[in-house]
Ligand binder design. Structure first.
Ligand code: G6P
Length: 466
């Protein structure tokens, strides 16, 4: 396929979720919302003026309506994939199969089941990937660089390579990668398709060496190696400048006042902020906090667990059940230990970025205990934003552990008793030591800000081929 005659993009990014999303207002007009996250800030460093184009999927009815009405933003092309194909690809394959494999989170022996129904969904995943590859092939200028993101689009590099051999193609995985013993769970032909799809890229990026090595091992095991594709490690960091500024704006200050009222004067805080993903391990975090109150009654009335758990992927039953379980356990703790003047767990589930930053600022301890996580930016953000410098209790299974492990208190995320001990240690840490450690954590956290992270990948992709 040749580029269309006005194809001008020198740099293209492709991801399922794009930088903007639209809501249909009650009067029928469309309101744009900006997306968040490291990738969005990373790309804004180059922006449409530099000839960059971001290709993403229409996620909602509002987005589909925007595509139909021709409403859009410079530098963004949204793909209107049929709603049922999209649901199969996003919910049925990306989020219920590939995400589970990469995070090693299947509840065997019940799951997974690869049957005819799965094959039907897989065909949708293929056509969703093909829609991206075709749009990129149409838009890319000769020799352009294309950076494809994540497990939603694992087939795109191979499909795009076949259409446009002239392009420089990169792919970046924001998740962990499973070792071959686990990856073998996928049907052989599907496993080979995923790996060969990714190997269509010139260069594959991962958040840590651990995930890159697992990917290479899967290639050895399933498809006889990597061929000419290279792998690279780019550990996404926090955007320190933005967070420091944003966390001192008026709306955050207001929320600090409200939150302090909920917590109560003079109490310590254990803060966690997560999307309610199954990998985040929020329930075991609550159980560890309950055990802390059990084992060490001296903390009762003196500490509050501020837990923000924002619902995600509510189309999947297992996520809905998990969200309900988080709420149930939090209520149970409050019923069992709460007093007239003390609520042990302050749980909020409505996504509010300013309130998240308010929690970061008042944190004495940050609890980040995922079962498995590609990186985990919260671990990097809380020590950086906290007013007094917080202690960090961090799972050794988070990618961020490789960079922050020395100054964090490490936990095995399954070990609730050890997590309770770690919370005690963190709460008991002398203020001076806590501040010193937080300073070193912040320096490590900002070592590779999003814009640098993105540009480094672009440079590596455009550099000489081996
Ligand atoms: C998780 C994964 C990321 C992925 C993101 C997508 O956080 O670790 O790799 O990009 O989910 O979230 P979404 O809300 O778009 O499904």
């Amino acid at each position: 396929m040749a580029p269309s005659p006005d194809a001008a993009a020198q740099v293209l990014v492709a991801s399922n979720r794009g930088p903007v999303s639209y809501d249909v207002q009650s009067d029928g007009t469309l309101a744009a919302r900006r997306g968040g996250g490291g990738l969005v800030s990373g790309l804004s460093a180059i922006g449409p003026d530099a000839g960059a184009l971001w290709v993403c999927a229409a996620l909602s009815d509002g987005d589909r309506e925007a595509v139909r009405r021709g409403v859009g933003e410079d530098g963004v092309r949204m793909l209107d994939i049929p709603a049922e194909v999209y649901a199969d690809a996003y919910n049925g394959v990306a989020n219920s199969v590939l995400w589970f494999v990469h995070h090693m989170l299947y509840q065997t022996p019940v799951e997974p089941v690869f049957d005819a129904e799965f094959r039907r969904r897989w065909a949708s995943y293929e056509s969703y990937n093909r829609a991206f590859a075709e749009a990129l092939a149409e838009e890319a200028a000769p020799g352009a660089a294309v950076l494809v993101q994540d497990y939603h689009l694992s087939l795109v590099p191979g499909l795009l390579r076949a259409l446009r051999p002239d392009l420089r193609i990169g792919h970046f995985s924001h998740t962990p990668w499973a070792p071959p013993e686990y990856f073998r769970m996928l049907p052989d032909d599907i496993a080979a398709q995923v790996l060969r799809g990714m190997l269509g890229a010139d260069r594959l990026g991962f958040l840590t060496e651990r995930w890159a090595a697992a990917f290479r091992a899967c290639c050895e095991d399933r498809v006889g190696g990597l061929g000419s594709t290279r792998t690279g490690v780019h550990g996404l960091g926090a955007d320190g400048e933005f967070l420091r500024r944003r966390s001192h704006e008026a709306d955050v200050e207001e929320r600090i006042v409200a939150l302090r009222e909920e917590v109560g004067a003079g109490r310590r805080t254990v803060v966690r902020v997560d999307r309610t993903e199954l990998s985040k391990n929020i329930v075991r975090g609550l159980l560890a906090y309950r055990q802390l109150l059990d084992d060490r009654p001296e903390w009762r009335e003196r500490v509050v667990h501020v837990a923000f758990a924002y619902p995600s992927r509510q189309d999947l039953a297992v996520y809905r059940e998990y969200t309900a379980e988080v709420q149930r356990v939090a209520e149970e703790i409050n019923e069992r230990y709460g007093t007239a003047s003390w609520t042990p767990v302050v749980l909020h589930v409505k996504d509010d970025f300013a309130r998240s930053l308010a929690a970061y600022r008042i944190a004495d301890v940050a609890l980040v205990n995922p079962i498995r996580d590609g990186m985990n930016l919260v671990a990097k953000e809380v020590p950086l934003v906290s007013d007094e410098g917080c202690a960090l209790v961090l799972s050794r299974e988070a990618g961020a552990f490789e960079e922050l492990g020395e100054d964090a208190i490490a936990v095995n995320p399954y070990d609730v008793s050890a997590t309770a001990d770690a919370l005690h240690e963190a709460l008991s840490m002398p203020a001076g030591e806590r501040a010193e450690r937080a300073k070193r954590l912040s320096a490590a956290a900002t070592a590779l800000p999003p814009s640098r992270w993105f540009l480094d990948q672009l440079d590596a992709l455009r550099g000489p081929r081996d």
